[in-house]
Design a protein around this ligand. Sequence first.
Ligand SMILES: Cc1cc2nc3c(=O)[nH]c(=O)nc-3n(C[C@H](O)[C@H](O)[C@H](O)COP(=O)(O)OP(=O)(O)OC[C@H]3O[C@@H](n4cnc5c(N)ncnc54)[C@H](O)[C@@H]3O)c2cc1C
Length: 414
Amino acid sequence: MDEGVTVCDVLVVGAGPGGGNAALQCSRQGLSTILIEDHPEIGTPVHCGECISEIACQNLNLTLPEEVISKRVHGIRVIFPDGTKKCLTEEGYVLEKHLFERWIADEAVSAGAKLHLSHKLLSMERVEGDSFEGWICEGKGDQFPIQAKIVIDASGVAAVCSRLVKPDGDSPLNTRGKVVAGMQYELLDVPTDDYLDFYIWPKYAEKGYLWMIPKCDGRANVGLVTEDKPRTKKALDEFISDTHFSDLEQALPPWKEKGSPAFGGTIPISGPFDRTHYDGLMLVGDAAGFTSPLFEGGSHLALKSAVFAASTAAKAISKGDLSSAGLSEYTRLWKAEFPPYGKILRGKTALFELSDDEMSVMATCFPDEMSDMGASGKAMVGLRLLMRRPGLYFKRIVPAMLAFGYSRAKYYGW
Ligand SMILES: Cc1cc2nc3c(=O)[nH]c(=O)nc-3n(C[C@H](O)[C@H](O)[C@H](O)COP(=O)(O)OP(=O)(O)OC[C@H]3O[C@@H](n4cnc5c(N)ncnc54)[C@H](O)[C@@H]3O)c2cc1C
């Protein structure tokens, strides 16, 4: 081994929810683990609406400490273009997301992981012996070069390893998919009954939606995701000035000392990448394209994919097989667990092919509570549609309806 090379079993790239949990789970399995994060601190700038469901926490065995919880909420209320409101009631939390990510990373460090901030992965070279032996990683930060048997890419939408690794020496492991822009403001004194308000109002958010996500002390994230990227800020400003949010004060979020009050980021929307594992490499969270198609939530998927990556890493290292075939269990695990992306996407597409008026008519046919419609509930919606607007029934309303069903927490919607 060359002097000056930092050696570990697993290098986790990126300390968001996916990376923090991957480092935690790997350390708990006894693997020597390094977690690197490009930024000088974890979790900021926040690029998230900050909500996570209780079902997600149970699924992940997470007992959230009080200091990371901003507010307990009762679920999602979907507001259609004519103002019709329908609920998907299921308990959950709005987090102080940067504190949540720091907590997970702290847990990883307590379990034995080494955390290095201001460390950015810039290149990866294969280490070959009789067989594939790992990666030598170079980058910005004094711990580089780092040699790891397995790299877990949790770099979010940057998907850095998909770009750096070129299996045939020329083309990248995965080509970059489509992304949508998300932006929000923190507003003060926002009225709430502790539901997340999601507005499906294409006039402001093309093929996306707007939200009011309540936090403690009257604070709330008010924002949107839209496919019309150049108009993101203008559309959000217009939405705020056209609605009951217009008189409310905008504030800098607590983690931000100066600059524009707007904050946000981008979200991958092309679905899971073709290759989520390779020799000594697994992609988790946004870096693998794991987001929920309709409401674009990704934290639950990132945290769970990290669990699968860590268990696969532990098995592969103990067997001494770091090859792509040795890590294929990872892809098998997430495919067996996560909901069918293509099917939900077809529902989302069907939804956005409806005019505002058609969407509102469809909504009036839904029961007030959509969280557990069941077969008879869905049949009732079909019947109402046939009576009110028979033409609509044949406009792929059923897949659009399914997209709402799949946005529930048990399907990794949030
Ligand atoms: C506006 C907006 C609102 C959202 N709201 C919600 C919501 O309410 N609920 C929800 O579940 N999801 C929401 N999401 C999606 C959610 O934020 C992501 O799905 C989730 O954060 C993905 O986690 P991750 O760990 O995969 O990636 P990230 O959280 O993006 O973390 C990746 C980390 O990797 C680091 N990194 C990148 N490149 C490198 C490199 N080369 N070297 C080292 N480190 C690197 C980054 O700095 C970052 O810290 C929202 C997204 C946006 C943009």
